[in-house]
Design a protein around this ligand. Structure first.
Ligand SMILES: *Cc1c(COP(=O)(O)O)cnc(C)c1O
Length: 377
């Protein structure tokens, strides 16, 4: 049977990317080691230039992770202890670490039924005294309602920090995500659409003053003069090795994104006749970092797929307001978060990665059909 002949389908397979870049990365790595350019250095400078051009932004500041990017952006935005910040309740916790570190308070908002992105109608209800900023997350690779967020932020005089960790390469009306807010933050965690050979992150901005502050914050609060520390800083520098690898991968990102889009289109077509609720593409273009379907019997479906050699993921099973570490920090909400509960309880991420083959995808699709055959009354 075909299903058996291709082997189990992993949730993600990054070795395919290495197969494509390995031969050109290795001699470059040799040069990097010869130059001992380990922390920032010429490869980081080159990558910052390359990624700034790719995104169409004035300043790109390479840092050590997406969480570090969001942390320095929070500080550069002037968010202080006790300030409140609107964030979606349904996201990875990295979205809010920066504001937690600064003593700011996340105000969780419910998300849209169709996209899982922040619901501005709900955000409107949660506006209160002390709200200074909003962090919209372009979750799963789909732009938020960018025009809506900008109008909302202007109306309430809020700073916008975009969490683009899952959405590099996505555009809204032709412009890259991350260029709409005051700052945009990216993650190069290996599994992201553009991933390093370790941790990495990026902040982008068109604001010269903020760029200076961000560069200083990532490097011990140093100013133009070495060993003169103008502010409390951090060691958030990007490794040279990451910058080198990311530079090679960035050249292929659009090709890889096209592959993700083709896989998503094929899932949409092949799974349309199942009871699954499939991802909707609503705002702008979607780079399909994750392909998240919703199923009422999610856990049973997940177990069935696992048994049939298909690995899946959960993004994210526990909403932020339920996280044990946030007890006593986040504002309680009597209104609740019904849509977040739906995504958290019923969402299932199917295998999705650049280079996934048609037989691999067929195996996922066949296994899902087999599941629904089997549960038929
Ligand atoms: C990955 C991710 C982050 C954090 O990035 P790291 O590089 O893992 O620190 C933040 N927000 C979202 C939505 C993410 O997916």
């Amino acid at each position: 049977m075909l299903m058996q002949s291709i082997g189990p389908v992993p949730f993600v397979d990054l070795s395919i990317q290495w197969d494509q870049i390995g031969a050109e990365v290795m001699p470059d790595l040799e040069k990097l080691f010869q130059a001992s350019a380990f922390c920032l250095g010429p490869w980081a400078v080159a990558f910052e230039k390359q990624v700034a051009e790719y995104l169409g932004v004035k300043h790109a500041i390479a840092v050590s992770s997406g969480s570090a990017a969001l942390h320095v952006a929070t500080i550069a935005a002037g968010i202080k202890r006790g300030d409140k910040v609107l964030v979606p309740a349904h996201t990875f916790i990295g979205t809010i670490w920066g504001l937690i570190y600064e003593g700011a308070i996340p105000v969780f908002c419910d998300v849209e039924e169709a996209t899982g992105n922040i619901d501005l109608t709900d955000a409107e209800r949660r506006i209160e005294d002390g709200v200074k900023a909003i962090i919209p997350v372009h979750l799963y690779g789909q732009p938020v309602d960018v025009a809506g967020v900008l109008a909302f932020a202007e109306r309430h005089e809020l700073t916008v920090i975009e969490d683009c960790a899952q959405a590099i390469g996505a555009r809204f009306q032709g412009r890259s995500l991350g260029t709409f807010g005051s700052m945009g933050c990216f993650s190069f965690y290996p599994g992201k659409n553009l991933g390093g050979a370790g941790e990495g992150g990026l902040v982008i901005t068109n604001d010269d003053e903020k760029a200076k502050v961000l560069r200083s914050l990532r490097e011990h609060g140093q100013g133009p003069q070495r060993y003169v520390h103008e502010r409390i800083g951090y060691n958030y520098r990007m490794d040279g090795i990451q910058a080198l690898v990311l530079g090679h991968k960035l050249k292929r990102l659009d090709t890889w994104t096209d592959q993700r889009r083709a896989i998503a289109a094929r899932y949409a077509e092949a799974l349309a006749d199942t009871p699954l609720r499939l991802p909707a593409v609503v705002h702008g273009d979607h780079v399909h970092h994750l392909y998240v379907v919703r199923a009422d019997d999610r856990d049973a479906l997940k177990a069935f797929l696992e048994e049939h050699g298909v690995s899946t993921g959960l993004h994210y099973p526990m909403p932020l307001y339920k996280q044990p570490c946030l007890e006593g920090i986040a504002s309680p909400s009597p209104e609740g978060y019904p849509v977040t509960e739906d995504w958290a309880g019923n969402g299932l991420s199917l295998p999705m990665f650049a280079g996934m083959t048609t037989p691999q995808q067929d195996r996922v699709i066949d296994a899902i059909h087999a599941y629904f055959e089997q549960v038929k009354p």
